[in-house]
Design a protein around this ligand. Sequence first.
Ligand code: SF4
Length: 374
Amino acid sequence: MTGRAAKTGTKKGGKAGAARDVAIARALEAWFAASARDLPWRRSTSAAGKNGATRDPFGALVAELMLQQTQASRVAELFPRFMARFPTAEALAAADERDVLAMWAGLGYYRRARLLHAAARVIAAEHGGAMPRDVEALRALPGVGRYTAGAIASIVFGAREAMVDGNVVRVMARLEADDGGGQRAAREAMAWERAGALVRVAERPGVMNESLMELGATVCTPRGPKCGACPVSSWCAARKAGVQDEIPSASVRKTPREVYHAVVVVRDARGRTLVEQRGASGLWARMWQAPTVERDDEPAQEREVRESVGAARAERVGAFAHKTTHRLVQFEVWRGVMKARAQPRRGVWVSEAELKALPLASPQKRVLGSEFVR
Ligand code: SF4
């Protein structure tokens, strides 16, 4: 971070600042109307129009939770399938958790699916199946924080509420050339304050909010912002100072912790597969998997793997690494062979059809596919 970029930005108070805010908000709203990507959750549905909504409120909740940690292009692929299966909060509330997790497959971070399921149950039980409009009631829903509540209140119900995610923080930091002194919390606080000011003068608060996010996702991108195509470049302090590539300053990233998962795939003479369910908390909570021996320091050895399920033999058939937010999981895949009529020490046998219906995290899908053990 250079001294130039570290300087506090150009936020102006008084009339000049207010006029600048109005100009920025108008430019963003006009740009969004002309340039927004066509994404499935932005399309109007029959559920829009009820309760004063401009968009299906339940679809907006589903999309926002999906978008929290998954790229929009991936969500665009999987959102229609999920909505076709669970078109309303009541439909989702009545579903079995296993089905919900199975329909979430491909999106990762399954905790969000459980929170969405719990939120649907609250909407069905306490709000008669209709999404609450008020920010405080929205924030009381499981999985709904300040950002998601602001998104639904403004985009669906037109409330003057800000919504700030990583994209908006970056756009605001550049627009104001204010890096928060290199402190993430200070940068976020500034972004909330500035986004709040813009939404207060917007003609359509939801459109203004979405346009800020869209700008961050498509134009004011983390690397190489396309300032030439930016609707607010005339007011952008970072661009004027030529420091757009230096803001926000890189935060120090922690190296993910390396852990080892030895997975043993066991099939019986009837073609059934041995599986087990993970614990109720932690990584991939309550998902299903082939029996797995987890170690923090080094991979489990052959004997440990074999004895973990009571197999007569275990043969190492492959390995791969899987990255999560905080961990680098080194998977080692083993094929276990049981003695005839021997009972496994853990897990349950499932048929191929049952296996397909189980919620499996993506690395376990890979383990149980045909890549390693046929
Ligand atoms: Fe971002 Fe460039 Fe637009 Fe400034 S002018 S907001 S840096 S894309």
